[in-house]
Design a protein around this ligand. Structure first.
Ligand SMILES: *[C@@H]1O[C@H](CO)[C@@H](O)[C@H](O)[C@H]1NC(C)=O
Ligand SMILES: *[C@@H]1O[C@H](CO)[C@@H](O)[C@H](O)[C@H]1NC(C)=O
Ligand SMILES: *[C@@H]1O[C@H](CO)[C@@H](O)[C@H](O)[C@H]1NC(C)=O
Ligand SMILES: *[C@@H]1O[C@H](CO)[C@@H](O)[C@H](O)[C@H]1NC(C)=O
Length: 409
């Protein structure tokens, strides 16, 4: 699609994805994830030269774009990188930061394209995440301005604000550069939706792995894990699930200790940790680190649960740096957590997009206890009565896969 990007190009919405998971699986070490925001200190965050810049800039943003009477503002963080910009007329690439703290402008494929096309790179942080939170106390009441709709309006306001700063820099007024928006996963959906809602503000949009269709019971996630694992590894994972389920059923909570997860009192939270830990190996393109020891343990006749626990402790917690505590509903209930993105993303899940990763009825990899009920109970327990996602409204509003911001390419 690179060739489609030239200054002043005709209006285009490029929705790359729709085969959602396979693309998610293939994406490798990009630090965007709809399913688990990887903490910055982890595997994906520490490579030197990862950022072109981490110098913070701030703008004043409207808290509620849809209220005629509430004019409160908050500080939104953003980044800019102008070294490649062909001033003053080169295009502007807006990389949408998604459901995690945004720590800079990444030195990734977009940087390569920016260099090629003489583009300015800008990246605003998503409201509430990282340092762009309007509130210190993330009570359910205070979270009511956290939605994709508010986030899209933030992007529109940012786009206008930044265009004006560019114009001021070049002593121009009323000039308009060509803007392109980019995003992956949830921010991929935002990228497509931005083009849909504000077609006059962009020349094009790239929605990589763009999850434009909100799904309530997202059983395909688990199915894809099984498929990506292949029969042998899938069988071993299913055996682990059976064994762990059995131990919990007979009241043996000691199995949690094996995973350093004694604090997860709710069995569902513990089983979710195990399901995510397995999924991440495939989602981030590292299947062997999980499958090799499992298949080997199976062949050797050694303890499968121990082999899996070793992977979880060593890789998922040790290298990937997933905090076990982030699965604890008691932690998710904390309105001033050390790392807020887990509570924030769950709020978006519980209020707008769902993507409940429930076990399929048949042949699931994850425990059947991770069902719709588990998710709804979590939403209620963590955010209170009446917080549940109206997925059909989300899809009615944006159009789902029939999103009409075309022409498509
Ligand atoms: C913009 O105008 C100011 C004041 O007239 C001048 O000092 C500055 O050099 C100009 N900048 C550019 C980029 O032309
Ligand atoms: C989701 O699954 C639950 C439990 O199987 C079922 O009751 C519900 O109708 C499903 N909802 C949708 C929208 O598919
Ligand atoms: C399986 O057996 C091989 C060879 O005997 C040994 O090297 C390996 O460590 C064993 N693997 C596990 C997971 O026990
Ligand atoms: C359940 O899964 C098994 C194994 O993949 C398959 O053989 C069977 O046909 C499936 N049953 C249903 C009702 O889908």
């Amino acid at each position: 699609m690179g060739a489609g990007i030239t200054a002043g190009a005709t209006a285009r919405l490029v929705v790359v994805p729709l085969l959602l998971l396979p693309l998610l699986l293939a994406r490798g070490a990009e630090a965007v994830s709809l399913w688990r925001p990887p903490p910055e200190a982890g595997l994906l965050g520490s490579a030197p030269g990862r950022f072109l810049t981490q110098e913070e800039h701030w703008m004043s943003q409207t808290l509620d774009h849809f209220s005629p009477t509430d004019h409160r503002q908050f500080k939104q963080r953003y980044y800019e990188f102008l070294d490649y910009h062909r001033a003053p007329n080169g295009p502007v690439f807006l990389n949408i930061c998604g459901e995690a703290s945004c720590s800079g402008i990444s030195n990734n494929y977009l940087a390569v394209m920016a260099k090629k096309f003489g583009a300015a790179l800008v990246s605003p942080e998503h409201r509430y995440y990282g340092k762009s939170s309007p509130f210190e106390d993330l009570t359910t009441e205070n979270l009511r301005f956290l939605s994709s709709k508010q986030a899209l309006s933030d992007l529109a306001v940012f786009r206008q604000y930044y265009q004006e700063t560019l114009n001021a820099k070049y002593n121009r007024s009323g000039a308009d550069n060509s803007w392109f928006v980019f995003g992956g996963s949830y921010s991929g959906a935002l990228s497509a939706w931005f083009r849909l809602k504000f077609p006059h503000l962009t020349c094009g949009s790239l929605a990589s792995s763009g999850v434009v269709l909100a799904v309530y019971n997202f059983t395909d996630f688990d199915k894809q894990i099984g498929e990506s694992a292949g029969p042998e590894c899938k069988g071993a994972l299913q055996e682990v699930t059976r064994l762990v389920d059995g131990q919990l059923q007979s009241g043996h909570n000691s199995v949690k200790e094996l995973f350093g997860a004694k604090m997860l009192e709710n069995d569902g939270d513990f089983l979710y940790l195990l399901a995510d830990a397995a999924a991440i190996a495939f989602q981030y393109g590292n299947p062997d680190v999980l499958c090799s020891p499992l298949v080997e343990a199976k062949k050797n006749g050694t303890d499968l649960v121990e082999a899996f626990a070793h992977y979880v402790n060593d890789y998922y917690v040790g290298t990937f740096r997933a905090p076990v505590a982030s699965y604890d509903q008691n932690y998710l209930k904390n309105t001033t957590p050390a790392e807020s993105s887990y509570r924030l993303w769950w709020y978006q899940v519980c209020s707008e997009v769902a993507y409940f990763q429930v076990a399929p009825k048949n042949d699931s990899v994850r425990s059947a206890k991770i069902d719709t009920r588990y998710h709804l109970d979590l939403c209620k327990n963590v955010f209170g009565e009446g917080v549940y996602p109206d997925v059909s409204m989300t899809n009615l509003y944006y159009g789902g896969t029939r999103i009409a911001g075309g022409p498509f390419e």
